[in-house]
Structure formats: structure tokens, C-alpha cells
Design a protein around this ligand. Structure first.
Ligand SMILES: *Cc1c(COP(=O)(O)O)cnc(C)c1O
Length: 373
């Protein structure tokens, strides 16, 4: 079976291999069978390995849902009664965590920084010093809205100095940028299958400290469906998800993990970096500008300023590229008009070169003039 190849330059879901796509086509199975439970156990252990966790200390808990379910679950499940969470917020995804706190009525501090910059860690430390009731520090590793990579290792060390848990949204970095849960001072990280692992949508997972999950049994239960301890306890007791898992997505994730370990963390990271460099070369060549300081960029997402030409219309350019197999995505910076070109997924430098040929043709077609075109 030949599946048409599409180049997704949006920030996830990502372009997948055909072998991952085809892994979803399996004989019908009831997920309550031992065979399926055995596969999930192996999958959970392998996810801990992706984060370089220690199977004696760390565990992975699976959920059926998109990545946002992890943000919801970590915040509502891991905060003790009468304690506060400090959200170190320099972008759209940490703002989402603030909204989760608002919806659950969780006591929180929204420590906002410019979306164009990395957070100032001395300010983070001051807030922790002045507020001993902070039990959790939460941030986003790679702010997918801008492409900024945050200094989690240093932030985690500060959180731990004040006896706070450190919970990090690693949805758009895990499996792409080398990460070590222990060395990076992280207690809980999270992702979903369709980003770094290049699998399908519908499966999300939280990887973290097993003792802390057990301890959270005593914390207030704020959600029935989205509680970390309840799902963990169910997995440990029965080997199964509490409710119906996304069966075919789990088969695809199994295949994606095999391919991930075959390639290896460093080689995969090197490929993403090559693609990222090719994106920068492409935008430089036609005179487009990225908005984030280069040394703060993750290497996975480039936020590009809209050209000033009045003939520029993102929708039209998007459609022109889309019809030719390339998907670009609007930006997520409320104060500035940007779009994003991302290096996630199973793509290579020649895909980016082909994309820029199409983009140039689109700009010509709509008479958009750029400084260098
Ligand atoms: C993609 C992403 C999420 C999850 O978004 P969903 O739309 O729920 O899949 C969460 N955090 C970050 C940083 C992301 O990039």
C-alpha cells in the first residue's frame, strides 16, 4: 500500500514513517486481554528509558487524550491541599497551565515573563524564598509557540532547593532534544505520542517519580477521569488503563519506539538540528526574519515574522503550499504576526529545500516582494 507523503512543518502532529502508519492495522483485539497489557507494560518501561529514568524509581502512566490532558492531570493530581503552584510562564503553553489552575480553583502564582525571553531565574528564586507554601514549580521546556528552550536544569535545582516538586511540560521536546529526568532535576515530565516519538494522536503519558505518585494518594481528588494516582494504581493492579485505551495508537507507538531506539537519541537530535539549520538558511535566503534570539531557540521551531508587503496573506500562502504537500502553521504570539516552520517529524534537509522552492513560487504567485527575492 502506497501512502502519499505529506511534509508537516506544523508543531505536531508530525510526519510519520509508513511503518508506523501501517502498525495501526492489526487484528481486532479486546484491550483487556493479557497480550495487550503486556505490550503496555513494555511501552511504559520504554518511555521511562526515553527520559533516561531509572525503573526502580520512575514510572510512566498512559492516558487516552491529547497532550493537554497531561497538563491537567499533573496540576490537579500533584498539588497537596493548601499549597500553591508556581507557574514560570513565558508562553502560550504555560499560560494553558495557568488556565487549568483557574478552572480547578488551584492556588497558584502566575509568574509572567516576556514571551520573547527566557525567564529570569533570580526572580524565580526570590518568589520561592518569599512563599514557603509553594509545593510545585511548573514550566514548559520548549515553548512551542515561540520556539524558546527554557533552562529547566537550573530551574529544577532552584525548585528542589526550596523543597518544591518540579513538573515540566516536555511535550514538544521529549524524544527530540536529549533529556535526562534525573540530571535535569525533573520530578515529572510529559508528552504525547504524535510529537517527538513520531507516532499517532490519542496517547499521552506522564513520566515521573513513583514514590511521589504513591504519596499523592492523600491529595485531594479533583477529577474523576484525569487523576494520576488512580490511573497509576489501576495499571499496577491490573496492567490496564482504567478506561478504554486508544488501541491502534498504542500499536503505532510501539512501532515508533522501536524505530526511535534503532536510530538513537543523538542521531535523531542531529537530524532535527540539520533540518532546523536548513529552515534558517531558507528564510535567510529569501529575506524572512525569525523573531527569537538564535541562542535561545530550541532547534525545533522557527517563528517567522510576516513580511511587510501588503500582498502577503498567510492563508493564501498556506493553501498554495498545502496543495503541494507542505503544511505551515500560524504563530502563537498575540502581540506580533508570525507563522511557524518546524523541524519535528520524519523529515530531512531535502524536504526543507523542496519546501522553500514551493514557498518562493507561492510568494511570486501572489506578488509578495521580500528584501532579497
Ligand atoms: C503540543 C503541545 C501540547 C499539547 O497540545 P494538544 O493540542 O493537547 O496535543 C502541550 N504542550 C506543549 C508544549 C505542546 O507543544
Amino acid at each position: 500500500m502506497k501512502i502519499e507523503r505529506k511534509i508537516l512543518l506544523n508543531p505536531g502532529p508530525a510526519t510519520t514513517t509508513d511503518s508506523v502508519k501501517m502498525a495501526q492495522v492489526v487484528p481486532d483485539i479486546c484491550p483487556r486481554e493479557k497480550e495487550f497489557a503486556g505490550m503496555m507494560k513494555q511501552l511504559r518501561d520504554d518511555l521511562v528509558r526515553v527520559a533516561h529514568g531509572n525503573l526502580e524509581k520512575h514510572t510512566a502512566v498512559l492516558f487516552c487524550g491529547s497532550g493537554t490532558i497531561n497538563i491537567d492531570i499533573c496540576l490537579n493530581s500533584l498539588l497537596p491541599e493548601d499549597k500553591r503552584v508556581l507557574i514560570v510562564n513565558n508562553g502560550a503553553y504555560s499560560t494553558r497551565a495557568v488556565e487549568v489552575c483557574q478552572y480547578y480553583g488551584l492556588p497558584h502564582i502566575n509568574l509572567e515573563f516576556s514571551v520573547y525571553e527566557r525567564p529570569d531565574l533570580s526572580v524565580v528564586e526570590n518568589v520561592l524564598q518569599e512563599n514557603p507554601d509553594i509545593a510545585m514549580v511548573y514550566t514548559t521546556h520548549h515553548e512551542t509557540g515561540t520556539g524558546i528552550l527554557n533552562p529547566i536544569r537550573e530551574m529544577g535545582a532552584i525548585a528542589h532547593k526550596y523543597q518544591a516538586k518540579f513538573v515540566v511540560d516536555t511535550t514538544s521536546s521529549l524524544g527530540m532534544i536529549p533529556f535526562d529526568i534525573e540530571k535535569d532535576n525533573v520530578d515529572f515530565c510529559m508528552a504525547s505520542a504524535q510529537k517527538g516519538l513520531q507516532a499517532m494522536t490519542g496517547l499521552s503519558f506522564i513520566i515521573g517519580n513513583e514514590e511521589q505518585i504513591k504519596f499523592s494518594k492523600k491529595y485531594p481528588k479533583r477529577s474523576y477521569y484525569c487523576n494520576l494516582y488512580l490511573q497509576y494504581e489501576n495499571f499496577e493492579r491490573t496492567g490496564e488503563m482504567h478506561f478504554t485505551p486508544p488501541v491502534q495508537t498504542i500499536y503505532a507507538t510501539r512501532q515508533a519506539l522501536n524505530e526511535y531506539f534503532e536510530v538513537g537519541e543523538e542521531a535523531k537530535f542531529a537530524r532535527h538540528k540539520r533540518v532546523f539549520e536548513a529552515i534558517h538558511s531558507g528564510i535567510n535566503e529569501i529575506g524572512l526574519k525569525s523573531v527569537i534570539k538564535r541562542e535561545w531557540q530550541s532547534g525545533l521551531v522557527v517563528s517567522v515574522q510576516y513580511p511587510e508587503d501588503p500582498n502577503w496573506d498567510f492563508e493564501k500562502i498556506h493553501d498554495y503550499c498545502y496543495e503541494r504537500g507542505f503544511t505551515i502553521y500560524p504563530g502563537k504570539i498575540s502581540t506580533e504576526d508570525t507563522f511557524r516552520i518546524c523541524a519535528l517529524g520524519e523529515i530531512e534537509v531535502d524536504d526543507i529545500e523542496n519546501f522553500f522552492k514551493v514557498l518562493k513560487a507561492a510568494l511570486n504567485h501572489y506578488n509578495v516582494t521580500l528584501p532579497m527575492s
